[in-house]
Ligand binder design. Sequence first.
Ligand code: URA
Length: 512
Amino acid sequence: MSRATTIDPDFSSWRARARELLAAEIPPTEVFWSETGTRQGELFGEDDPGLPTSRVGEPNLADSNPSESAISFRVPKSFFGLAETVACHTHPERWAVLYRLLWRMTREGERHLLVVSTDEDVRRVRAWAKEVGRDLHKMRAFVRFRKVRETEEGREQFVAWFEPEHRIVRRNAPFFRKRFAGMDWSIFTPDECAHWDGRELTFSPGVSQSEAPDFDALEDLWRSYYKSIFNPARLKLRAMQSEMPMKYWKNLPEAELIGDLTRDASQRRDEMIDRPTREPRPAPKNLYLEKLEDQNSIALVREAEAVPEQETLSEMKTRAECCRACPLWERATQTVFGEGREDAEVMIIGEQPGDQEDLAGRPFVGPAGELLHSVLRELGVSREDLYLTNAVKHFKWRPSPKGVNHRGPTRLHDKADRGEIAACRPWLWGEIAKVSPRVILTLGNTAGQGIVGPDFRVLRDRGEVMPSPDLDFSGKAFATVHPSYLLRLPRGERGIERAAFVEDLRAAFSHA
Ligand code: URA
């Protein structure tokens, strides 16, 4: 017998309902999922009266029922993160597929099902999660606020119109709250709207575009900024169009300029080539950080630097070989890009290539790499199954006052500064977006700062860390110390610290 179960189209409704169904031992083949507010829901009318009903906000069975707690215990934590993302998708079968996965993991002994990437259900939810991730990213990049007025207390009020593909407004709202905390804003979408008044984030039903005010004092600012950052030599129209699909152009004041700028592009490029060579472009040292403080500009800065979504890892690597976003390229032998499985479950992020990595062009092939490999071996993990990369892709070094070797002065590792970490961040985030690992493990301060930002401190924040709010990553990020920290310790202290390092890796891998 098929039972109709109607939920509000959000994760918490589905989770509460799924727990009830599981507790009542109802197999997925007997459940027909539909959503409130959809024609299907109306067609099928009332829920199955044989089941307890629950709505968001009511006590959840799982919180009080011991057998339910046991169920939650057997479900890998990563499933709920994945399910929360998939819940934002608009595919009508997502609830059924999620419930089937839950059933198989808890009732059919397939506890590790999520790692079986050939499984059709797993493949579908992963694909959906990726699509939602992309939509989250697009909304962050393409929302443009228009100033509508100033309150008597002097608070500026802004509105934006956006048409996401999926139900991502609630999921993305905390990002906008954090980024635009100092102003009042509303983001209107056809599905749902989000509002921030400096104190509280609230939501209201969707609206049509005509309800989003038209007046825009910021447009000229956006336009002139866009014009100033436009570099004809980097023009890749196809890439631009797919990163910034036409659908979004109409909301972007700077988009009007694209036509003119592209028409002039070849002439401007020739002029640039003909210009006498100047000193290397000054490093955009703290460009990113300055822009971070200037809230109006941040979206454009990220957009200008963002790695196009459809670019493959090897194309990204090729482009990174010419990266001049900071001065480190000048003294390094080559760019050391990440390497490993493109669908790795775990991504390990180090600080920057060392002397040997710089010469070999591969990450983690020197002494720190050896230590890392020995720990991986101990844990039964093969390097080939991972994706290894660094927060900074060029070796930063200074000549040793003491030594020379056959290649010249001995090179001493120097710490990358904030500007250099920030300049390299688009590559790192591009790699994360492509590989989409379940677990990120950062090694040392610089790697942690590459993800979380400059306030990260490894010895304080070691363990599970929150990824940056503007990073599209739905897995878990962990931090531990860098292997070269262990190598620098006096031998007597190294054993204990190494054991802690092994445990950190073990804990991180257990979430994959
Ligand atoms: N240290 C790192 O952080 N990365 C490497 O690739 C090598 C050493």
